[in-house]
Design a protein around this ligand. Sequence first.
Ligand code: SF4
Length: 553
Amino acid sequence: MKAMLNGTRSSSRKAGKTAAKVTDTVTASDVLKMMDRYGYPAETRDIIQSERLLPAGVLSRLQATYPQHSGLLESRPFLFNDRAQYSGIEGFREVIQILAKNGIRIGDLPERELFVEVYRFKASRHILNTINWNNYEQDSMYRLVFPQPGVMRKKVTEPYFAAKTDQQRQQVIADYMAETNPHDGHQLLNKPWLEKEDGGIEILEGSQHKYPACQLVFDKTTQNCFAFCTYCFRHAQVRGDDDMFIQEDIAQIHKYLRVHPEVTDILITGGDAGYLPADRMRQYVMPIIEDPQLLHVRTVRIGSRMLTFQPEFILSHKYDEMLELFDTMRDNGVQFCWMAHLSTPRELLNPSILVAIRRLQDHGVVVRSQSPITNHVSLFMDKNGVVDVDRSAQNWIDLAHVLAALSIRFHSMYCARHTGEHHYYTAPLADIDKVFSKVFRSLASLHRPSRYITMTTSAGKLSLLGTAEVKGEKVFALKFNESRNMAWMDKVILAKYDPKETRVDKLVPFDTQKFFFEDELKEIEDKLTEIHHKHLSTAEQKPATTIPAKAGK
Ligand code: SF4
């Protein structure tokens, strides 16, 4: 296997061997120091060397253009060396202890632990070591993975801290968990079904099919993540809620696809689809390659944050079987897209992720980036609590340039979904529009996100096109780029300008009582609800839990 994989890319790498470097900012000796610092085992070093995955030319260009974001030439010893991951409240406390031993006290522990109890905690060694601990409070990855003071609403912090017993505290947590909304936009209605011969229906419990061309699959092996993002929009999957989507039966997906020729893309997601084992991926992919009834399926996508959280997963021969499968897809005209969620330049400027990306690309994987723009992580306020448009936009402009240097397509930026602690991660749409507009106009067309900024609603993905003035009044101009009825996508929609509103589904029509799609949306939702209820009334009901079971992850 190793020899074969090396052979697939040696010719393309030879071309780069003689190419001139723009600068020697990073030398071959720096590369050796990087590998030592990251403690790469001999196997990883061998892969990097034989597959030419860490050329000094790429590193030099990135370092020379973005020294302010780069961790490439940092030399401070890593604080986290033992475990691949730290998870749960115990893992959180272990991380806090390691930090304290190194003189770093992040404080606000009771509030942070409350967050961990409600939403969970998991951090990989890689992401912990990516954080710049000399200036951690400003570090986006720190803010992404560590619960922050102020994130939990008073309605839960006050009763939690007033509770006298452990049982009372656990009940506050349970009540609040039940209240948090992991399935915004009526996602449970998106489960598709197969019609049975007896007139009944068979629901695909681990799938969503809302837009014709793309079917989502939540495979049973992907209900975990390499680290947990504090803003997670899929916390039902991450914390193991009773109503999470889980696809057990792969054949059921192919059965569904055979009667749905409109589906061109399947998107395997989770949790994190990077967890999908190669043999299970093969079971999804081979029928798509071999069955003439599935020729309409052209792209397999996975949604994964593995590149940011645990890129070393790809840097061993254990991953070769998956790479071979990527080769098979490419050789059979099935595109494989790795939808990474990259939101800052710094997360890309370390050797492990660069090597992982190049290894995937060498096997025909198209890496694309889609990411939410979230306050504190990739959107920043000034000292007056107002969105700092220039600083926020610059983060995304720099990210776009790094993506371009690595041949990663910038697919999309989107607004945080209305789940979890949305209030903390969001900002007024009017301000986000200013940031996005600056990003968009600052980039060459090839480097821009492939669509205007969006926010998901039950009706579909609504893009914010910008503002306009109609009859002397300022309005938002919106357009669907995905919708429950695709015909809705053809119209521009006007909504009253609101400088404070953070949710697109709360915007008010400009000069009509309702948006044009509202009545039809209600009809569609009512019909789906009726079908799902009918199915539920004949299916075995699960008993409700008072205190939700904790996810075993
Ligand atoms: S990787 Fe995705 S599913 Fe996992 S914690 Fe982050 S946002 Fe949630």
